[in-house]
Design a protein around this ligand. Structure first.
Ligand SMILES: Cc1cc2nc3c(=O)[nH]c(=O)nc-3n(C[C@H](O)[C@H](O)[C@H](O)COP(=O)(O)OP(=O)(O)OC[C@H]3O[C@@H](n4cnc5c(N)ncnc54)[C@H](O)[C@@H]3O)c2cc1C
Length: 265
């Protein structure tokens, strides 16, 4: 591709952070452990999400605490919480889409965890407090091809990216899920090849299956931009594989730990 380096510039756009209280409007089960939650409410009037890399913070009751927690608000020093009430936990989720004044989040219903637990119990009318996104990172469609590697937690971002890419986009998507029943169907440009990797009982933090699949693929010629997201150690070693043996460029690699096998709380 004869694009200049400038056209490959990754643009960052900041957004004013706002706390929004939303109401669950609809719930849709995508696969046995994936739930689409569609939220609405007047606080969404100025919601903006420009990139599939965006994330919002959602606030949940901490384990062992009642459902009532200190509401976050934004002060000069960032987020503060209502006094006299338990401080909530914050978790990151991808705005899957925002249209017709509705915001869609998709939750992977893994075992344990305040976020997954909230989604498991969510009903039409349930409330969810969110903040953000605080910014958008926009990767241009100026690369020869694109690579996405992730697990269930990456599906909302990757599916959104596939839907928003131009139909001519070329590339490869490697996604690891537990078994056949957890493969959602989705739209993708014809040139984006999807490689499903089934865990079938191995640990979600074990990168050996996905790395074997990546090694087996003869990568297309040309420059590529890669996203790698999932469990922290899995992301780290998979990124190293790309950098050391698959011609990845550090500045064209977005590697993000979406969760950790040992979570902080
Ligand atoms: C930028 C960004 C965007 C994200 N977008 C999404 C999204 O759209 N949808 C989504 O479902 N997740 C998304 N995640 C991941 C999500 O924030 C984490 O999975 C988070 O830890 C879930 O919080 P929790 O309270 O449910 O579990 P935690 O309290 O964090 O963890 C409880 C237990 O569950 C384990 N655990 C946590 N997450 C997972 C997982 N994904 N798979 C298996 N075990 C897990 C932990 O190791 C721990 O043992 C995103 C993360 C980031 C950084």
């Amino acid at each position: 591709m004869s694009e200049s380096n400038t056209s490959r510039e990754i643009k960052s756009v900041g957004h004013p952070v706002k706390v929004r209280e939303l109401t669950v409007k609809r719930l849709e089960k995508i696969t046995p452990r994936f739930l689409r939650v569609i939220l609405s409410g007047p606080d969404l009037f100025d919601f903006v999400s420009l990139s599939p890399d965006d994330h919002i913070k959602a606030f949940f009751a901490a384990p062992g605490q009642g459902p009532d927690f200190g509401r976050p608000s934004l002060g000069p020093n960032g987020l503060t919480f209502e006094e006299g009430k338990p401080t909530p936990v914050m978790r990151d989720y991808t705005p899957r889409w925002f249209r017709d004044k509705e915001l869609c989040l998709e939750f992977f219903l893994h075992e344990g965890g305040s976020g997954a637990e909230w989604a498991r119990n969510a009903q039409v009318g349930s409330k969810l407090v969110i903040a953000g996104p605080r910014g958008s990172r926009i990767v241009p469609e100026a690369f020869d091809w694109y690579l996405m590697i992730g697990d269930e937690s990456s599906l909302p971002s990757f599916q959104r990216r596939l839907e928003e890419m131009s139909p001519e986009t070329q590339g490869h998507l490697f996604i690891e899920v537990e078994n056949e029943s957890e493969k959602p169907s989705f739209k993708a440009p014809a040139g984006m090849k999807i490689h499903w990797v089934l865990r079938n009982g191995s640990k979600a933090s074990d990168p050996s299956k996905i790395q074997a699949a990546i090694r087996d693929l003869a990568f297309p010629e040309g420059d590529y931009f890669a996203w790698v997201s999932g469990e922290g150690s899995w992301v780290k070693s998979t990124s190293e594989l790309l950098l050391e043996t698959k011609g990845a460029h550090k500045e064209w690699l977005k590697a993000t730990a979406y969760w950790n096998a040992q979570s902080p709380n």
